[in-house]
Design a protein around this ligand. Structure first.
Ligand code: HEC
Length: 107
């Protein structure tokens, strides 16, 4: 009887752990997969990106003119030059990428 109880408690614990792992979004990896071709590993923009007119994410002054809502909107719906990502990313992932784009200017 005690063993059964232990198993129930343990599996509940493991389930909650896997839930945490799933909720954790790897923004760096997402950025690498979807954004680096244009925005570059350093956020300054690749040649391809600059050709299209990507902003320099490391520019704190530029960052301060943009709200998180604007960034979120851009990532979800794209623009004439940037892809739409709302089919590929969930809201949690988009928010993690907004924060990731922000941190380039914080160095
Ligand atoms: C095909 C090239 C391309 C890819 C891929 C791309 N972007 Fe962009 N992004 C651009 C360009 C070009 C701009 C400049 C604004 C515009 O004209 O859309 C931009 C602008 C932005 C902006 C600033 C929006 C603003 O209000 O000025 C953010 C934030 C952004 N991108 C995030 C991302 C994220 C996050 C990803 C990956 C999920 C991504 N981009 C992938 C080309 C790209």
């Amino acid at each position: 009887m005690r063993n059964v109880l232990l198993v129930v408690v343990l599996s509940g614990f493991l389930l909650s752990l896997s839930g945490i792992a799933k909720a954790e979004v790897d923004a760096k990896k997402l950025f690498k997969t979807h954004c680096i071709p244009c925005h570059g590993e350093d956020g300054k923009g690749t040649d391809l990106g600059k050709g299209l007119g990507t902003p320099d994410f490391t520019n704190a002054e530029w960052q301060s003119t943009k709200t998180d809502a604007r960034f979120t909107e851009q990532i979800l719906n794209g623009s004439e030059k940037m892809f739409v990502f709302k089919d590929k990313l969930n809201m949690e992932e988009v928010q993690a990428l907004v924060a990731y784009a922000r941190q380039f200017a914080k160095k």
